[in-house]
Design a protein around this ligand. Structure first.
Ligand SMILES: NC(=O)c1ccc[n+]([C@@H]2O[C@H](COP(=O)([O-])OP(=O)(O)OC[C@H]3O[C@@H](n4cnc5c(N)ncnc54)[C@H](OP(=O)(O)O)[C@@H]3O)[C@@H](O)[C@H]2O)c1
Length: 319
């Protein structure tokens, strides 16, 4: 089969279009013909060599699959050949999805929502699963609460806005001014231009000095460091960004805050919950750009560049 391989870490040109053996499903596994995948910052982090100890070369990266079951291994009961499925492959555990075929355990695979195309479905599995884990499982966001979502125009952020609205929360989000209308169309109640306005002052103004019940951080760095300043008493903060620098949590202590850190985990239950929201019309990924698998280097270069004009996700067509 054709696959995009990494034989060395580096820039987008490190990718090579290669011919590799088609994988064979073992017991409890499913072989999927990949129709679409998408790209995430994790993919360029892997490509440039941020995790050399976790990614033995040669490697195939890619963390979203939408496709069709071609073959099932012994003991598989939930799927049959011909089923349309979607999932995020196990991270740092075997080949990824930049390939014509992928094998995964049936326990992490879900039935693709019928109302999404393969390109859309592949644009939701990782970001949707992450936002679900952050808002529902960890923050326990409730009806009528307020949430600040940092980075509301991004892959994770635009899905998090929709999820928070489906839960019944008031959503404040930070984006560039050029993305105000986009964020509002996702459901944001209040949009703040992070490039022009101090978001702490803006959130305190918008909440009449009370702060928000939940902060969802998709940015890290200074954005994360200042987030306790906008938390209400007993607020919860969830960050999905790896934090390299020490944090001063004195303001979080004063707020009786709880902190959660998420490294996305795979399971079918999460996908089924997302699917229910999709089918009810409450959740839909925005595909901001589409590239072919052969053009994966161009897609990576775009996602990595500043001011890339992207909203939502970059989807990759595999067939
Ligand atoms: N832990 C996990 O399991 C997990 C899972 C998924 C993602 N992540 C991490 O989460 C981060 C976001 O992922 P993603 O897929 O959403 O990336 P993405 O699609 O590249 O989106 C990032 C967004 O952040 C915006 N942005 C940049 N600086 C900002 C700031 N200071 N304030 C507000 N918005 C800002 C960018 O918009 P502009 O156009 O304005 O620059 C862009 O819309 C990445 O670091 C990724 O590695 C972690």
């Amino acid at each position: 089969m054709k696959a995009i391989t990494l034989n060395t870490f580096g820039g987008p040109d490190a990718f090579e279009l290669s011919e590799v053996p088609k994988p064979v499903p073992g017991a409890g596994q499913v072989l999927v013909r990949v129709h679409a995948t998408s790209i995430n910052p994790l993919d360029y982090q892997v490509r440039r060599g941020d995790y050399p100890d976790l990614v033995p070369l040669p490697a195939i990266t890619g963390h979203d699959v939408s496709g069709v079951v071609e073959e099932i291994g012994a003991g598989v009961t939930a799927f049959a050949p011909g089923d349309e499925v979607w999932y995020t492959p196990q991270i740092f555990d075997g080949p990824g999805s930049y390939a014509e075929y992928h094998v995964a355990a049936e326990s992490i695979i879900g039935k693709k929502p019928a109302t999404l195309s393969h390109l859309e479905a592949a644009s939701l599995t990782l970001v949707g699963g992450t936002a679900w884990e952050a808002l529902v499982v960890r923050a326990g966001l409730r009806v009528g609460e307020s949430i600040l979502i940092h980075g509301g125009a991004g892959g994770v952020g635009h899905v998090a806005i929709q999820l928070a609205k489906a839960i019944g929360a008031r959503v404040i989000t930070t984006v560039r001014e050029a993305n105000f209308d986009f964020a509002r169309s996702m459901g944001a109640d209040v949009v703040i231009d992070y490039a022009k306005e101090d978001y702490v002052a803006a959130v305190m103004r918008e909440t009449a000095g009370q702060g928000v019940d939940v902060v969802f951080d998709t940015i890290g760095g200074d954005t994360l460091a200042r987030s306790p300043d906008v938390l209400a008493q007993l607020g919860r903060l969830v960050s999905i960004v790896d934090i390299a620098q020490p944090q001063n949590l004195i303001n979080a202590w004063g707020k009786n805050a709880s902190y959660h850190f998420v490294f996305t985990r795979q399971n079918r239950g999460k996908l089924d919950e997302l699917s229910a929201l999709v089918e009810r019309g409450q959740l839909r990924p925005h595909v901001g750009a589409t590239y072919s698998l052969a053009d994966i280097a161009l897609a990576h270069a775009r996602l990595e560049s500043a001011n890339n004009g992207l909203r939502g996700k970059i989807a990759i067509a595999v067939v």
